[in-house]
Design a protein around this ligand. Structure first.
Ligand code: ZN
Length: 351
């Protein structure tokens, strides 16, 4: 009996290890990651030191501790501190390259990154500061590591439509460098409908549209993202399950939802990973994939998000592969690159 029990535990551990290794080595695509959210305490400390920016922390260890936030205010404070220590195009480029290093380690082959220009424009920098840093970093990531993708500036919704309009004017001359334009930051009470006329201009310019919706906001915000600003993809969207008609619509249209499990737990959308509704979303046929959102702040890159979900829910290897495929097909890569990524994934699955 003892031996049987031991062998059962042993087998379980072996299964667990093989799943972890499977996820780690799998070629992956990430569609929802905010550039400053990838800045870990070490990077923040380094840039603060370089730019003589006075921090209230006496050591990098203290800063690491402060990264473990207790509430939304502390999270936003630390996130904004990250933007303060970035004081040149080179600094932002270095933050991006630091993330691409993580992509290499995690076998992320294609990534689409969120950013905003408004924070830096309000600090007195030109919009090109952000655009050139990200464009330069993506060019070098492709050259050095074969990683593809691009960046997606987002309007900061709590600053309102007039500011979004100004941001759009600054972005339009650079539209060839942009993958999509999104809507991010505090969701409630700012439904996508408030930005209807600005996003009409985004569509008119031939630029794809994404929006954070249905994370803290109700299903009506997801409807608004669909009907009022005609999104190509929705960030989060987990609260769609509260509205059956919306679920039916999302299943029928297969609009991709970029779900971020560890972010959802850290920001108390769910109590724990085992409570996450991702298995239900998958079962209903929604087009979901897993992402990291703000990996440095939530203590989990893409691998850790996938492993966390696999360890704490009923989701197994087939569902992980299915979601990896969803991420490829839901990306803004051209069809040739999608085909390449799909064949890399299918070769890996068979090996
Ligand atoms: Zn996000």
């Amino acid at each position: 009996m003892k031996i049987l029990l031991f062998s059962h535990v042993h087998n379980q551990n072996r299964l667990k290890i093989s799943m972890i290794e499977f996820i780690k080595n799998m070629p992956k695509v990430e569609l929802h990651m905010h550039v400053e959210g990838s800045m870990d305490a070490k990077m923040l400390w380094k840039l603060a030191h370089k730019n003589n920016y006075k921090l209230k922390y006496n050591s990098v260890e203290e800063l690491v501790k402060a990264y473990k936030f207790n509430n939304l205010t502390e999270f936003i404070e630390m996130y904004m501190l990250g933007t303060r220590v970035i004081q040149s195009e080179q600094d932002l480029y270095d933050v991006c390259m630091n993330y691409f290093q993580t992509c290499v380690e995690q076998n992320i082959r294609h990534t689409e990154v969120h950013c905003d220009i408004r924070t830096y424009v309000d600090y007195g920098y030109p919009a090109e500061f952000v655009i050139n840093a990200l464009h330069g970093a993506f060019t070098d990531a492709k050259k050095n590591y074969g990683i593809t993708g691009g960046f997606m500036p987002c309007f900061i919704r709590h600053l309102g439509n007039d500011v979004a309009q100004k941001d759009l004017e600054l972005l339009l001359p650079h539209k060839e460098k942009i993958l999509a334009i999104g809507l991010s930051a505090v969701e409630v009470p700012y439904p996508p409908s408030l930005f209807k006329d600005t996003f009409k201009k985004v569509h008119d310019a031939g630029i794809k549209v994404i929006a954070h919706a249905g994370e803290e906001g109700p299903p009506e915000y997801i409807w608004s993202a669909i009907k009022d600003i005609q999104v190509d993809r929705i960030d989060h969207g987990v609260r769609c399950l509260e509205d059956d008609k919306l679920v039916d619509y999302l299943v029928e249209t297969q609009i991709p939802l970029t779900v971020c499990p560890c972010s959802n737990v850290a920001l108390k959308v769910f109590d724990s990973l085992s409570q996450h509704t991702l298995p239900i979303m998958l079962k209903k046929g929604l087009n979901v994939c897993i992402n990291s959102d703000d990996p440095a702040h939530f203590g989990a890159n893409l691998n850790e998000n996938m492993i966390g979900i696999a360890e704490n829910t009923t989701i197994g290897k087939n569902e992980i592969i299915h979601m990896a495929k969803n991420a490829i097909n839901g990306s803004f890569a051209d069809q040739a690159r999608k085909d390449e990524l799909l064949s890399e994934l299918s070769d890996y699955k068979l090996s």
